[in-house]
Design a protein around this ligand. Structure first.
Ligand code: ZN
Length: 395
């Protein structure tokens, strides 16, 4: 998921090692903004001298600021550590089938200043528009990394093969071209994976040790999240749940395989069941069918029921494989889960020992902005890592 197209200098190992404690401190402040120096020292088992040295260093980089904490009881005076309001920023990009969004985030990960536009799927025009939008959104701030969510499998070479967009191996590296001084790293992730990251960090799966995120847009995507981090596999391409062979083996999928799960649960599946032509925009056509089903249209309800059953049975299979604490659903999967057929199909497909206490299936809380929040998290993960700090801050 997390391909890199950065062109920056490679920091030496010794220099990276000198930033390890700083990276851990930033990680704790991201998890718990406003934690005290005393609590930080306890969590990371650091001496107070080491905390002082590291915090001073991080204040120098602009990431952190401190406030005097109210003294409680007989405790010694301490300070709270906060993301600096005028600190470095990351730019988050969510490239979708029909449109794109670009926003800005600081260490707190909250995405602001969001701009967006529709696009015509022309690779050169889309990358140019993104380059301009990234420069505009970052204007006046110190942008240290860009995270980009792409509607496609992402592999280690940093290229995106967006079969649904009919793009072949598009290099998105130029979207950071107007940032600087110096090269600014770009981290690219699969959009469904990044929406899952957002749920695992600050959403419906926050705190879960093992979580599965699944979303239906055009096809079905998702990720396995372990302690808030996506499982990426040997080549960064894990999480292609939509291409599990849970579908009709006679149906060829755009991925090149046959019988994939994704085409059974999205707008194309609904149109097929209704006898309609293949929709131009499967997402909005599915929203339309879901709305008609909710409004009492029997044919639409039947189509939604069939897709909801295919989704629910597949989720049971995924539960058997991963044994998660929770399954979180995004996109159109939320609408399918609301169909009357869902619960019975899910529980009915579970192994007997799971039926009394089925793994909860919850709706995502980040909604439409999940991938954008996840892209910000991906960029922050890099910028606040020892490698990222060594790259930008030197020794
Ligand atoms: Zn497929």
């Amino acid at each position: 998921m997390s391909a890199s197209t950065e062109t920056g200098r490679e920091p030496g190992r010794a220099r990276v090692d000198r930033w390890r404690t700083s990276a851990e401190v930033l990680g704790e402040v991201r998890r718990t903004p406003g934690l005290t120096r005393v609590e930080l020292a306890r969590r990371l088992a650091l001496s107070s001298a080491s905390v002082t040295e590291t915090v001073t260093r991080l204040r120098g980089t602009g990431w952190l600021c401190e406030h005097r904490a109210p003294v409680s009881g007989r405790g010694r005076p301490t300070t709270t550590l906060e993301p600096a309001p005028d600190g470095p920023r990351v730019v988050a990009v969510d490239l979708r089938h029909e449109d794109w969004r670009v926003g800005l985030a600081g260490l707190d990960g909250v995405v602001t200043d969001v701009v967006g536009a529709r696009h015509d799927r022309d690779p050169a025009r889309v990358t140019a528009a993104l380059r301009d939008a990234v420069a505009t959104v970052a204007g006046g701030h110190r942008a240290v990394a860009v995270g980009l969510a792409a509607p496609a499998p992402v592999s280690d070479d940093g290229l995106v093969r967006a079969t649904e967009l009919s793009w072949e191996a598009v290099d998105l590296g130029s979207v950071t071209a107007c940032l600087g001084p110096g090269p600014v790293p770009l981290r690219v992730g699969n959009d469904a994976t990044l929406a899952g990251v957002a749920e695992a960090r600050t959403g419906a799966a926050a705190g879960a040790a093992t979580a599965v995120y699944l979303t239906v847009e055009v096809g079905l995507g998702g990720t396995l999240l372990l302690d808030g981090h996506p499982h990426l596999g040997a080549h960064g391409a894990a999480g292609e749940y939509g291409h599990l062979p849970f579908g009709d083996p006679a149906r060829r999928c755009a991925c090149g395989a046959a019988g994939c799960w994704g085409p059974e649960v999205d707008g194309r599946a609904l149109a097929r069941r209704l006898g309609d032509p293949v929709p131009d925009d499967p997402r909005s056509s599915a929203e339309d069918v879901l709305a008609r089903a909710a409004g009492g249209d029997a044919a639409a309800a039947d189509a939604v029921g069939v897709a909801a059953t295919a989704l629910a049975r597949g989720i049971a299979g995924v539960v058997h494989v991963h044994d998660p604490d929770v399954v979180v659903l995004g996109g159109l999967a939320r609408g399918l889960r609301a169909a009357p057929a869902f619960d019975e199909a899910y529980v009915g497909a579970l192994m007997a020992f799971r039926r009394d206490h089925p793994v909860p299936v919850l709706d995502a809380v980040h909604g439409d902005l999940g991938a954008l929040h996840g892209a910000a998290a991906l960029a922050l993960d890099h910028a606040t890592s020892a490698e990222g700090l060594a790259e930008r801050c030197g020794d």
